[in-house]
Design a protein around this ligand. Structure first.
Ligand code: NAD
Ligand code: PRE
Length: 276
């Protein structure tokens, strides 16, 4: 099978490396827009060839959209005349808005997927051949797909070592919000809070494991995360409200010097790690 990847940053570049590593693709084609990306992709030897959209459509059995979630939607008009046997797949971090915006002509071709792996790094240089190994991918609303496309997508994810989880796109966005989008909002908030209060010298001198762990994802791509917060707005607003309730609760317990209650609240939080 020939695979075409649109966007060869962390996720697309890592997929290109993984399908090569496991011998899944006869040819891996890439599509990139900026000259800077094109240069990096070729230097890193991520794909067999960079091609235009027409060649992607003419020569690929599977086209993977590994670009920010708003760009996924704006890219779809390019694919309306796709062959009925060509599979399209996205790797976006949100699912409901994307699925709602898939044009009818290509709905059965389009497999909505979200790999639950990644990092705060972005761009072609961040790609890794083992990013997907042993990780989970969420596949959404598969009842809308032809068997050919569903099975092709499932096989590719299995062949690169992923576990599969099936969910509807609405539930996906609720869960992804709590497990990924809220943590990013908190980490960006923490980074800005600390930078407004502390000077660089004390940040460098005192940053230890706790702060480094909590702030790692504040280094993530603003371009990608603005789109995610926009598309998952309602769920994010709800989750921020619930998080704020807990911040108010801890603030109140400290203010009222209710230390036994505080300890119980912390013990409850400890139990998360009996599950994880
Ligand atoms: N980073 C993560 O941890 C992670 C995890 C799971 C899913 N995702 C999702 O995967 C997708 C890609 O994220 P990433 O981390 O690889 O981002 P990235 O910034 O590393 O890579 C995206 C690449 O796509 C290019 N691009 C953007 N629009 C394009 C277009 N219209 N045509 C061609 N190229 C285009 C950019 O130049 C960039 O090189 C996003 O939808 C994101 O939500 C990311
Ligand atoms: O930074 C990481 O460690 C990630 O795995 C990235 C992460 C996350 O865990 O929130 C980020 C966005 C996703 O869509 C999926 C995964």
């Amino acid at each position: 099978m020939n695979i075409g990847i649109v966007g060869l940053g962390l996720m697309g570049g890592s997929l290109a490396k993984a399908v090569k590593k496991y011998g899944i693709a006869k040819k891996v084609y890439g599509y990139a827009r900026s000259e800077k990306s094109k240069k990096e992709i070729l230097e890193l030897n991520l794909v067999d060839e960079l091609v235009d959209i027409q060649r992607l459509k003419d020569e690929c059995d599977l086209i993977v959209l590994a670009i920010p979630v708003d760009n996924i939607i704006s890219f779809l008009p390019n694919l309306l005349d796709i062959d009925k046997n060509t599979t399209i797949m996205d790797l976006g971090s949100t699912k409901e808005f994307i699925v709602k915006n898939i044009p009818n002509e290509i709905r059965s071709n389009f497999v909505a997927a979200h790999p639950m792996c990644g990092s705060e790094k972005f761009g072609p240089k961040a790609s890794m051949d083992n990013l997907y190994e042993g990780k989970t991918v969420v596949l959404c609303d598969l009842e809308a797909n032809d068997e050919l496309h569903k099975n092709r997508a499932i096989k590719v994810f299995q062949d690169i070592g992923m576990r599969l989880v099936f969910m509807n796109s609405h539930n996906h966005d609720v869960h992804a919000c709590y497990m990924s989008h809220l943590p990013h909002a908190i980490s960006y908030s923490l980074a800005n809070t600390v930078m407004n209060h502390e000077d660089p010298k004390s940040i460098i001198a005192l940053a230890a494991g706790g702060f480094t762990d909590m702030s790692r994802i504040a280094k993530s791509s603003p371009n990608m995360w603005t789109d995610i917060f926009k598309q998952n707005r309602e769920n994010l607003l709800n989750s921020i409200d619930l998080f704020e309730d807990h911040m108010k609760k801890v603030r109140q317990m400290v203010e009222d010097e209710e230390y036994e209650k505080l300890e119980e609240w912390m013990k409850k939080a400890n139990t998360l790690h009996e599950i994880l």
